[in-house]
Ligand binder design. Structure first.
Ligand code: SF4
Length: 178
C-alpha cells in the first residue's frame, strides 16, 4: 500500500523515486524477477561505462550485449533480450537462473526504479519522462501526452505539496529536467 503522502511526479528527484522503489513497506514483493525473464530495463545515459568496468570487459565488448531502444524520439541502450522463435520478448542477457541479476550493483536505472506494485506504473513513467521525453521537441511531447491520455495512471508534472511528506534527503541527483 502506498505510504501516506507518497507521490511520484515528473519533477521528483531520483533519491525520492529510489526510496519508493526500495520501500518494502508499500509493496508485497516476492523478488520473483519475472520482468528480467521477459524484458530488460533501460540504462540512463552514461551508465554503460560502469557496467563494463564491473564486468572487466571493454566498452566495445559490452556493446555486443546491449541493444538500442527508442521511445518518444530518444534512443538509449538496454541489455539485449534473448528472444526465442522471433518473439518480441525474452530474458535479459544479464539474467541467470541461479545468480539472478549478474550486474545487480550497476544494473540499469530503469531496473533500479522499477517496482511491481501499483506505484510501479508511475516510476516507469518517471523514467520515461526524464530520460526519453524531450519537452522542447513538439513530436516527442505530443507522443508523451498521447501516452498519458491512454495510461491508467497519469504522472503529474509537479509534486503535490504535502506537509506530512517525509523529510527526504533532496541533495541526491536531480532529474534531467527536460
Ligand atoms: S539488468 Fe538485471 S535487473 Fe535489469 S532486467 Fe537484466 S537481470 Fe533484470
Amino acid at each position: 500500500m502506498m505510504r501516506q503522502g507518497a507521490m511520484i511526479a515528473a519533477d521528483s528527484t531520483l533519491t525520492e523515486v529510489l526510496a519508493y522503489a526500495n520501500d518494502r513497506d508499500h509493496k508485497d514483493c516476492e523478488a520473483c524477477n519475472h520482468s528480467c525473464q521477459m524484458g530488460a530495463g533501460v540504462f540512463a545515459p552514461g551508465q554503460e561505462k560502469e557496467v563494463a568496468t564491473f564486468l572487466h570487459i571493454s566498452e566495445h565488448e559490452l556493446e555486443q550485449k546491449l541493444e538500442p531502444i527508442t521511445r518518444f524520439g530518444t534512443t538509449l541502450k538496454r541489455p539485449r533480450l534473448l528472444c526465442q522463435q522471433s518473439r518480441p520478448y525474452g530474458a535479459c542477457v544479464f539474467w541467470d537462473t541461479e545468480k539472478k541479476c549478474t550486474i545487480n550493483p550497476v544494473k540499469p536505472l530503469e531496473c533500479r526504479t522499477a517496482t511491481c506494485d501499483p506505484i510501479g506504473e508511475l516510476t516507469s513513467q518517471w523514467f520515461a519522462r526524464n530520460h526519453f521525453v524531450k519537452k522542447q521537441d513538439p513530436a516527442s511531447w505530443a507522443q508523451w501526452q498521447s501516452a498519458m491520455r491512454c495510461a491508467d495512471q497519469q504522472l503529474p508534472e509537479t509534486r503535490v505539496p504535502d506537509s506530512q511528506k517525509d523529510d527526504h534527503d533532496d541533495t541526491g541527483e536531480q532529474n534531467a529536467g527536460r
